[in-house]
Design a protein around this ligand. Structure first.
Ligand code: HEC
Ligand code: HEC
Ligand code: HEC
Length: 344
């Protein structure tokens, strides 16, 4: 209803905005004229945001292809977990430096920013296990934190009194060892001869899955459906060449990595780039054992090309050709997985 009406009056405006974007003109001028204090909330979204984020909030707009990073897709799995209400308010108010997401605080009042945030959350975002206040978080607080700690780091009293001590979910070992399946099994049936009792009499199967997904997203830095973790303990052939038969040029790859990947994955490949702080799940740390044991050339290529569902890892195949992605994969492989200097 509302939506179609607004779609119709959009094209002219989007082109205006895009021109402003492309030529670096100040948007404030373009927009201020139109910003009235009393716009209803869905109109704020449709007037100011949908040109980039799309009418359905999925980031599929005409403008999408011209932006790197692309506009956020509010409908992707995990979006509500990663984009907390607080973070959205800050991002909308202050913008996201170095991206097309500009600050809106001069065009929109705080009330309008809150209204459009709630509109996006209610209209577009899937509720996620692991979101603050979710069932998983509540179940964890009630049943698990006493031993595993509020922050997923073993509670001190339990560490001193139990042999073996409760799992520290934030440890590297947990991320590489605990698949979702294994966790569900351990929580259901317990671990023989340890203080970890089975919860099958207290919790329904869906509740067990909810608390496991909460632990994975909140403490282990894994998307609830991250496949990396399932693959981690399996040994794979690290010598395989690229599936396409292409050969990568790590020097070209390095130049590209420094421009496009460092912000998240860091110069040292340790996942500590300047943007990493704001991102959940965290950008992959290429220097971990688990990465070194699994990220061979085909896997790297695939990850770069397809991106990661439910994470901020873009699908680069929409903007790069196969040779460029091969070059980047080769650089990552030689430098962080193999620890050689680029080109050697
Ligand atoms: C010119 C295009 C454009 C417009 C218009 C725009 N955005 Fe964005 N937005 C982006 C891009 C690009 C990103 C991704 C930024 C990033 O990855 O850091 C983004 C990201 C976001 C995010 C996620 C930020 C985060 O913390 O990761 C939110 C929330 C958001 N936009 C809300 C809005 C709202 C609300 C409006 C309207 C008032 C709006 N955007 C208008 C391009 C736009
Ligand atoms: C009384 C203390 C205690 C409580 C309460 C507790 N745990 Fe544990 N948990 C442990 C101990 C001890 C271990 C280590 C067992 C081992 O090393 O095999 C453990 C291990 C685990 C593991 C790893 C199992 C594996 O396969 O290695 C998971 C997952 C886990 N707990 C989840 C939970 C969840 C979810 C809850 C709440 C529903 C919970 N725990 C409540 C003590 C506890
Ligand atoms: C906006 C942040 C961001 C940027 C930019 C980014 N990544 Fe990522 N990347 C991530 C996140 C987040 C993950 C972890 C996803 C997960 O845990 O499932 C990831 C995961 C990966 C993985 C591992 C995938 C797997 O199977 O676990 C590879 C390889 C990778 N990125 C390579 C790159 C390369 C190369 C670039 C530059 C061309 C790049 N990334 C740019 C955020 C980013």
């Amino acid at each position: 209803m509302m939506m179609t009406q607004h779609m119709n009056k959009f094209p002219a405006q989007s082109i205006q905005w895009l021109i402003g974007l492309l030529y670096g003109m100040s948007w404030a001028g373009l927009l201020q004229a139109e910003a009235a204090e009393t716009v209803p909330l869905d109109e704020i979204y449709h007037d100011y945001c949908s040109v980039c984020h799309g009418d359905r909030g999925d980031g599929r707009s005409r403008a999408m292809g011209s932006m790197q990073p692309p506009p956020a897709d509010f409908t992707r799995p995990g979006a509500a977990l990663e984009l907390t209400r607080e973070r959205m308010l800050v991002s909308i108010r202050e913008g996201r430096p170095g991206t097309a997401m500009t600050a809106w605080k001069t065009q929109l009042s705080d009330t309008q920013i809150e209204a459009v945030t709630d509109f996006i959350r209610e209209r577009f975002m899937l509720p996620v296990a692991g979101e603050e206040g979710s069932e998983g978080a509540r179940l964890y607080a009630e049943n698990c934190s006493v031993c595993h700690g509020d922050q997923g780091r073993t509670a001190v009293w339990a560490e001193n009194n139990m042999q073996p001590a409760p799992r520290d979910f934030t440890a590297e070992l947990a991320a590489s060892e605990l698949t979702r399946e294994r966790m569900v099994r351990s929580v259901t049936f317990g671990r023989p001869d340890t203080a970890m009792a089975g919860f099958r009499d207290q919790l329904a199967p869906a509740q067990i899955e909810a608390v496991v997904d909460y632990i994975r997203t909140a403490f282990m830095g894994q998307g609830a459906d991250s496949s990396m973790v399932e693959a981690a303990p399996v040994r794979i052939d690290m010598e395989l060449p690229f599936t396409s038969g292409l050969v990568g040029d790590p020097v070209r790859g390095q130049a590209f990595y420094l421009q496009n990947c460092v912000a998240c994955h860091g110069e040292r490949g340790d996942g500590q780039g300047p943007r990493a702080y704001f991102i959940l799940p965290k950008p992959r740390d290429f220097t971990l054992e688990a990465s070194r044991a699994t990220l061979n050339r085909p896997v790297l290529y695939e990850a770069i090309a397809k991106g990661r569902r439910g994470a901020e890892m873009p699908a680069w195949e929409t903007v790069l050709d196969a040779q460029t992605m091969t070059d980047i994969a080769e650089y990552v492989f030689q430098t962080f997985i193999r620890l050689q200097k680029a080109g050697s």
